[in-house]
Design a binder for this molecule. Structure first.
Ligand SMILES: Cc1cc2nc3c(=O)[nH]c(=O)nc-3n(C[C@H](O)[C@H](O)[C@H](O)COP(=O)(O)OP(=O)(O)OC[C@H]3O[C@@H](n4cnc5c(N)ncnc54)[C@H](O)[C@@H]3O)c2cc1C
Ligand code: SF4
Length: 328
């Protein structure tokens, strides 16, 4: 274990100031990802700023939606009455993640910023452009079963591992970040990045920014016909091979609006906008769901061991839409 300094500020300003003072300082929330990375020498912060004393745990009703503090625990969000009533897809996605013990430690902000689970990223003996830019990507020609089929680059084919973020992407959430320049609102779809030539950068949060909350609006619009399907190697304690979040706004069997996002397939939560547009105004039928899945798979590419996802993903989309709509 490396040596590091540790502080526990009680105000947002003090936390941000402490981060700005030291280029290698890092916030720590639940620690469920960061501590693992430190133990393996993947991340080596000289200073940890424990943010658990900041007043950022509240889940509150706002105009037509909900505001979730960045320190709200994954378990608290999943069990929250307002979330269950108005945004049940978020609750379903959270409950599909990790284990009850981990969800009791993991926070919303930390979940968004968790690093990829690509095994080569965690193995400091192997080349990895995300860990060490310019060193190469071991997964491209390696064991890439868990890896991306959309939006990858020749620098990195890793996927974002979160379940929660797939639901937040489908719900068009907004991330609120604070810095010494003030507050910034970032649309969820612009928060995480594709790898391109900078796979070491996972997201668009700037140095010096603290995530303070996530907001979701359109309460109730997607409160009934929703489903989160997570296909994985084990029933618990396993990351998604492919996951699908589907939320439908139905009038009878007509789809007034659809939200679809996938996990386990790209470096960021992968929203299926073309499929959503296709479904709008259509009947909830197997034929339409099959066509939507077909559209969603445009541009998909396998890298060998993960070729099975090219079949698994469209089947998962169809299955999720069937369950969400209630058609048999
Ligand atoms: C065995 C295991 C299985 C898992 N399975 C799943 C799974 O199936 N699905 C899933 O989605 N996740 C899974 N996870 C991941 C888990 O959900 C994340 O580790 C957790 O959400 C991270 O939250 P945390 O609060 O512990 O973050 P930390 O580890 O404390 O921090 C993670 C990163 O976020 C930064 N950070 C934290 N909060 C803020 C903030 N407010 N502002 C700015 N930066 C911040 C930290 O500096 C750090 O870089 C699993 C983890 C483990 C260990
Ligand atoms: S896929 Fe990305 S994280 Fe994995 S080895 Fe390649 S560069 Fe590293």
């Amino acid at each position: 274990m490396i040596n590091f300094d540790y502080s526990r500020p009680t105000t947002i300003k003090a936390a941000i100031d402490a981060l700005n003072k030291d280029a290698s300082a890092q916030f720590i929330a639940g620690g469920t990802n960061l501590v693992d990375l430190m133990k393996r020498g993947v991340m080596v912060p000289q200073k940890l700023i424990d943010i658990n004393r900041l007043p950022l745990r509240e889940i509150s009703k706002i105009n037509n939606g909900v505001r979730i503090g960045a320190l709200a625990l994954n378990s608290a969000v999943a069990e929250n009455e307002l979330i269950n009533e108005q945004f049940p897809i978020l609750s379903l996605a959270l409950k599909a993640g990790a284990s009850p013990q981990l969800r009791n430690m993991a926070t919303v902000g930390g979940n968004m910023l968790q690093r990829t689970r690509c095994p080569y990223f965690y193995d400091t003996n192997m080349p990895c452009n995300k860990r060490k830019p310019g060193s190469g990507c071991s997964a491209l020609k390696g064991y890439n079963r868990m890896h991306a089929i959309f939006g990858a680059s020749d620098q990195c084919i890793a996927v974002h591992p979160s379940d929660m973020c797939i639901a937040l992407a489908a719900l068009d959430a907004t991330v609120i970040a604070s810095s010494n320049k003030g507050e910034r609102r970032i649309p969820f779809l612009n928060f995480h990045r594709l790898p391109g030539n900078t796979p070491n950068v996972d997201n668009n949060l700037q140095r010096g920014e603290l995530i303070t909350a996530v907001e979701i609006s359109n309460a109730g619009m997607f409160s009934k016909n929703v489903h989160y399907l997570k296909v994985r190697d084990r029933a618990s304690y396993a990351f998604a091979l492919v996951s699908v979040a589907a939320a439908l706004d139905l009038s009878g069997d007509t789809i007034k609006g659809a939200r679809l996002a996938m996990g386990g397939v790209a470096h960021k939560p992968w929203r299926l906008l073309e499929a959503e547009n296709f479904l709008k105004g259509k009947k909830a039928t197997l034929a339409n769901f099959t066509q939507a899945a077909h559209l969603a798979m445009k541009g998909a590419k396998g890298y060998g061991y993960n070729n099975f996802k090219l079949t698994l993903a469209p089947n998962a989309i169809i299955d999720t839409l069937k369950t969400a709509s209630g058609i048999s």
